[in-house]
Design a protein around this ligand. Sequence first.
Ligand SMILES: NC(=O)c1ccc[n+]([C@@H]2O[C@H](COP(=O)([O-])OP(=O)(O)OC[C@H]3O[C@@H](n4cnc5c(N)ncnc54)[C@H](O)[C@@H]3O)[C@@H](O)[C@H]2O)c1
Length: 233
Amino acid sequence: MELEGRVAAVTGGGSGLGRFIVEALRAAGARVVVADIAPGEGVTLADVATDSGRAAVLTAAQSAGGLDVLVNNAGGWSIGGAQFPGVAPSAWRAAVELNLLAPMALVQDALPALRRSRGAVVNIASSAGVETSAYGSPEYAAAKAALIRFTTAVADWRDRYGVRVNCIVPGWIGLDRAHRELAAMSPAERAGAPALIAPAAIAAQVLRLARDESLAGRVLGMPNGSQEPSFLP
Ligand SMILES: NC(=O)c1ccc[n+]([C@@H]2O[C@H](COP(=O)([O-])OP(=O)(O)OC[C@H]3O[C@@H](n4cnc5c(N)ncnc54)[C@H](O)[C@@H]3O)[C@@H](O)[C@H]2O)c1
């Protein structure tokens, strides 16, 4: 797919990794709906964990001319330090809602528009969803694992609907927050920390998955310490 003149929507596009994805899509000539729960310049205010928020994303895309590329980037741990099982079910369910159910619901809502454009979806998962070691936020890890499986489970949408859904699985990303956390570590801890993944490198892979019409239901791993992204078998 040629991205010039296309319409893309990026959830959580107001800051963090999403901001890099928005910039890369704009540099490729796409018009971008920047959907975020936090206000900002050019942002379509939308909590994608709600029906009304998802409707706002699709309305904004429609106003821009349709929807060609949907990037499900909004995600993260639940608010606050405590995680499952130390928080109430409402708190950990919110993490599952944001990282799994919201992307699935948005894909479902967007499917008619994506069928019209023969569009593409890129889901942003996490290496937490593929690793087999203990992880501090089990609800986040479980939701990301399910998002990965959702992606592969709809591989046949390319043939059924003309819509391609792919996924990126990044490790720890080199955003400002990560650099601050590294700076707060002792030299010994820092020496043992993995190499961060450049957010611009992830954004470049989002564009690759959106463009390459041979890719559907694929999961692209970008773990810490690896030089090249590679598809999971
Ligand atoms: N940061 C990392 O090291 C890392 C590693 C692996 C995967 N990821 C994944 O990458 C994606 C982006 O991570 P990040 O660190 O940039 O995230 P972030 O916490 O910085 O948030 C990104 C944006 O999402 C927005 N957002 C949060 N909840 C929202 C909602 N309900 N509706 C709409 N917008 C919402 C925030 O306002 C923010 O602008 C997430 O899916 C995350 O799980 C991040």
